[in-house]
Design a protein around this ligand. Structure first.
Ligand code: NAP
Length: 516
């Protein structure tokens, strides 16, 4: 039986001195790297005869020696002959891999001629710092690199959109020789994270944030601990969050921890997507099993689904897409709504004895905000039998939402004086109070005395000014963090068909957010 190709985790070391590079090798070993890349061009002083033995003797891990010239995006500006001599010396001194740029390969091949040691593999690399060429051009490049005498092919491009990465996955799919195919830049992140799934020879990680050797490189620690790349294989299902921006999202940390807890063979990654339709058209294989959707794509994504849950359709926005296993159809859901409403209901149940139905039935429910979260809360409350009021800065948006569900509209200015009954419920879905504008709030403190429960969708910080003041006025408060965790748990169940491991997800959320 053929064994699956292993994808190595390589720590790219960019230390300014030989001594620091030696120390970094030990750190990379401790962090679980399989290989280290020594970027000689980052050393401020380098004497090959004296320094190469210091770097290579007693090394804790196999090394790739790279001496990248300026003309290929590196820092080395000296003469070419000295550079190639240094690489040749590294090869003879026992380096496990040497990285040579495709353009330098004819001269280097002549230098190696009959004295290339068997233990040393030559990685022939090509970097494109502007774009990702067409699939045809990439295939030609791939063939040219093989014919140059490469033991390992390395193609690095720049992703201008996430669909560019798919072309690199196709190169990995057709390759019969060890191949590294990666895309730089924020859009290229999945080329680094899904490398083990597509059989890439290795993927690079940095030792710490700020120590990257190329743009878009994640840390080795995140690759192992957050994404669990060492567990990813050809069969692993891919999930992720579609958004723009998406780099700040905590969802990958929470979902990957949950997958590992229940033993689900999945990886959850950030998808930086400009155009949802193009993204879903390209990443349409059964490997891509489920997506979370965030700003600004919640409404467009709904249009791309084959079927949409009725409540999500009424809201007009989805935050979850599941690829149905039997027919590959895309089914859209809105777990924001259920996540928030169930958290508010549980808050109310703590106050009053449950009568069996929803404690929202017949209650006055005031929503501030009429955007995506506002719609989800308003429809959810209406669905539970509450009397819904929408207060929004832009009155026309409040009116249109209120009309669509048989509620009433207010402008945000009217909110402080609004008190048809005591004991109302307030749900803030504006971004007022969100980090860094933590002193903002949608309502005066005095007016909060009219409410028995106050919910805030904002969860950075966890205790917003609104919640603090509501608590001081005697109201029950429910944090947006509770909505976030619950919507994520529901997504997890839709993705996997399993109960979500709540404790792990809550712990992960608490440990990965600096604002809570
Ligand atoms: P959205 O669609 O952009 O809507 C933003 C809403 O905030 C609009 O109603 C807007 O009013 C209002 N707004 C923005 N700035 C304002 C200001 N300076 N003064 C008064 N109103 C203002 O955004 P969204 O997706 O609904 O998200 C809204 C908030 O909910 C964000 O803080 C988001 O992080 C949070 N959220 C939390 C969760 C969770 O799981 N906890 C989930 C989704 C969203 P106009 O119509 O007048 O512009």
């Amino acid at each position: 039986m053929a064994t699956e190709k292993r994808c190595y985790l390589c720590a790219a070391l960019v230390a300014p001195s030989v001594q620091e590079m030696r120390e970094q090798m030990k750190v990379a070993y401790a962090q679980g790297a399989d290989i280290v890349e020594l970027r000689l061009d980052h050393l401020s002083q380098f004497e090959p005869a004296a320094d190469l033995p210091l770097l290579l003797n007693g090394r804790p891990l196999p090394v790739i020696v790279t001496y990248r010239p300026f003309w290929e995006g590196g820092k080395y500006k000296g003469d070419e002959a000295s550079r190639l001599d240094a690489l040749h010396s590294a090869m003879l001194l026992g380096a496990d891999f040497i990285d040579i740029e495709l353009k330098a390969m004819p001269v280097f091949s002549a230098k190696m001629q009959d004295n290339k040691p068997n233990y040393c593999k030559v990685i022939v690399s090509n970097h494109n710092f502007e774009t990702t060429p067409s699939a045809d051009i990439l295939v030609s490049l791939f063939k040219e690199i093989i014919s140059s005498g490469a033991d390992i092919v390395k193609i690095v491009t720049t992703a201008e959109s996430i669909t560019d990465v798919w072309k690199l996955f196709q190169i990995l799919a057709i390759s019969q020789v060890p191949t590294i195919a990666l895309a730089m830049g924020e859009h290229g992140l999945i080329s680094r994270l899904l490398c083990p799934k597509y059989g890439g020879f290795l993927t690079f990680g940095s030792l710490a944030s700020g120590k990257e050797s190329a743009s878009g490189q994640p840390t080795l620690s995140d690759m192992r601990n957050a994404y669990g790349l060492q567990h990813v294989n050809k069969q692993t299902k891919v999930y992720g969050i579609i958004g723009k921006p998406v780099g700040h999202s905590k969802s990958p940390f929470i979902h990957n921890a949950a997958f590992r807890k229940v033993g689900h063979d999945g990886i959850y990654v950030p998808f930086l997507v400009d155009n949802v339709k193009d993204f879903l058209n390209v990443y349409n294989t059964s490997d891509f099993a489920g997506f979370s959707v965030t700003i600004p794509h919640k409404e467009t994504a709904l249009e791309c689904c084959d079927e949409v849950d009725p409540l999500a359709k009424a809201i007009g926005a989805i935050n979850t897409i599941v690829k149905r296993r039997n027919d590959g159809k895309l089914i859209g859901y809105n777990t924001d709504c259920e996540g928030a409403i169930s958290a508010i209901e549980d808050g109310l149940r703590g106050m009053i004895s449950s009568t069996g139905g929803s404690p929202l039935m017949g209650r006055y429910f005031v929503v501030t905000g009429a955007g995506g979260a506002g719609k989800a809360l308003a429809y959810g409350a209406k669905d539970r039998g509450a009397k819904v009021f929408i207060a929004n800065r832009n009155y026309d948006r409040a009116k249109s939402l209120a009309d669509s569900l048989g509620g009433e509209a207010l402008s945000l200015d009217q909110l402080n004086a609004f008190c048809p009954v005591n004991g109302m419920i307030l749900a803030n879905t504006t971004s007022l109070g969100m980090h860094p504008n933590i002193s903002e709030t949608p309502i005066a403190k005095d007016a909060l005395r009219n409410y028995s429960l106050v919910f805030d969708a904002v969860y950075t910080p966890r205790y917003t000014r609104l919640l603090r003041e509501a608590e001081e006025c005697g109201a029950i408060v429910v944090s947006g963090l509770e909505m976030f965790i619950r919507q994520a748990m529901m997504q997890f169940s839709l993705f996997t068909g399993l109960n979500a491991p709540e404790q792990v997800m809550r712990e992960k959320m608490a440990s990965t957010s600096s604002y809570l």
